[in-house]
Design a protein around this ligand. Sequence first.
Ligand code: ZN
Ligand code: ZN
Length: 246
Amino acid sequence: MSWVSGTQAGLQGLLNVTVDSLAEYCGLTGDQQENSVFLERQLGLLQRNPSQSAINSEFCAKYLPALVDAYNVQDAAFSIPMRMLNVVAYLPYFARFLLTTRTSVCKTQARRMATASSTPADPAYLVEMCQFLSTLLALQGANSVSEEDKQALLPKLREWSRKYQRQQITRCLKQLEDDPETTVMADGLKQHCEKFLNECGFDGCGKSGTSKLLQCSRCKTAVYCDRDHQKKSWPFHKATCFPAVF
Ligand SMILES: [Zn+2]
Ligand SMILES: [Zn+2]
C-alpha cells in the first residue's frame, strides 16, 4: 500500500497513535491485515510521544494475550507481532505474563532463529530479532533453549556478530555462551523488569516477598506492603495502571 493511496481520514489516523491503532496495525483487530509500514510509522511517532510508557502499558493490559497468540501462530523468526513484543518486552506487564502463563517465548524465538533457512536481507531485522531474544534470555534463562537449537544458533550468531558488529547481536551471542559478565548484566535486566512484581512500589520502601504484599487489583503489575504505601504511590502509579485482561 502506498502513502498517497491513503485517505485523509486514514492519514490523520496514522498520526494519532493509540492502543487500538497499534493493535489494528499488528493485525489483532478489525478486518484489516497487519500493516508493517503503518506500524513502523506509529512506533517512530511513539518514541517521541511523552505518553509513550502509558500507551505501551495500556496496550499490554488490553492486548498482550492476543499479541502473544498472534506471535505463536507465525513461522518466521521476524514478524510483526515479534516487532511489537520487542517494544513492550521491558514492561512489568510482559514479565508478569511470562511468569503467570509459563509461556516460553524464549524457546519459540530461539527455535525460529535456529531453524530459519535464510537470513533477513535487512540487518535492522536481525538486530530486532537478536535484541528480542537477548531480553527473553535474560527473563527466561538460556536453559529454556534446547541444546539442539543452541548449537544451531551459535554459529549463526558468531557470523552475524562478525559481519554486522552490532552490540545487540554480540550480547545475544555472549548470553548463549554463558559469558560471566553478560550474565550479570542479564540478571540485572531481569531484576529491573520484575521489580514491580515483588517489591513495594512506594519509592524508597524496598520491602519485598510476594506473600505478604498487596497487589494492585487493577493492573496486577504493582505490589505494596500496606494500604498507606499504595495510596501514596497512586499519583505516580496511575499513569501506567490499566485494567489487565489477564
Ligand atoms: Zn512499602
Ligand atoms: Zn495498578
